[in-house]
Design a protein around this ligand. Structure first.
Ligand SMILES: CC(C)(COP(=O)(O)OP(=O)(O)OC[C@H]1O[C@@H](n2cnc3c(N)ncnc32)[C@H](O)[C@@H]1OP(=O)(O)O)[C@@H](O)C(=O)NCCC(=O)NCCS
Length: 178
């Protein structure tokens, strides 16, 4: 049975292993990558401990997901990611469980939106393209079509517009997004 729990520093090494299994590829940046991110985030002002979760199978960390502080056009909300599930555990609903738990907690805490840069996977949770809302990314390395948003508060739907700015942990020393 998969258990979704709040991340704690004691799980750091295992969370990094899970993220590395999900994201590592030949040519991965050794310093600024998704698994080192989990460590950098602990020192970041954008870290929201209650919105950082892990998936456990038995006592083993097999997945990680974080919501961090973000801004769009100067308005506060959340950014999702990195989300990763250890390769051997993918396609068993663990990624979905991690996203749903984070969305539930964000709603409970009164946040109005969650943005992310990602693929088709997220539409199943209600994420939609940021394009119609004039939401852009803060870095040119990513095309706008990867930018997605989930409105937790429908009343802000047409009022959130402008550039998405992640918290500092997402940028390398040159200011490039992970
Ligand atoms: C993406 C990821 C987190 C999904 O976790 P998971 O536990 O395997 O996902 P679930 O079991 O909840 O969902 C599986 C479903 O998602 C689909 N899916 C998985 N990865 C997908 C992707 N990149 N794009 C679209 N759909 C995807 C599967 O085909 C499956 O579809 P089905 O329900 O129609 O059968 C996991 O595959 C992963 O860690 N991938 C590598 C890292 C990554 O790409 N992270 C997201 C960055 S944007």
């Amino acid at each position: 049975m998969t258990e979704i729990k709040t991340f704690a520093p004691a799980y750091l090494q295992e969370a990094k292993t899970a993220l590395k299994s999900a994201f590592y590829h030949e040519g991965s940046n050794e310093v600024f990558n998704e698994w080192e991110f989990a460590q950098t985030l602990l020192r970041s002002a954008g870290y929201l401990p209650e919105l950082c979760v892990i998936a456990l199978e038995g006592n083993e960390v097999v997945g990680y997901n974080a919501l961090t502080k973000a801004e769009i056009g100067g308005r506060t909300g959340l950014a999702l990611g990195p989300l990763g599930v250890r390769q051997e555990y993918q396609n068993r609903g663990i990624g979905s469980a991690l996203v749903k738990e984070c969305v539930r907690r964000a709603e409970e805490s009164g946040y109005q939106w969650i943005a992310l840069l990602g693929g088709d996977y997220y539409s199943r949770f209600g994420f939609e393209s940021g394009k119609p809302y004039g939401i852009t990314v803060s870095d040119n390395a990513f095309d706008n079509e990867h930018l997605q948003i989930l409105f937790l508060d429908q009343t802000v739907k047409n009022r959130i517009t402008g550039k998405l700015r992640y918290c500092d942990a997402f940028y390398d020393a040159e200011g490039n997004l992970l």
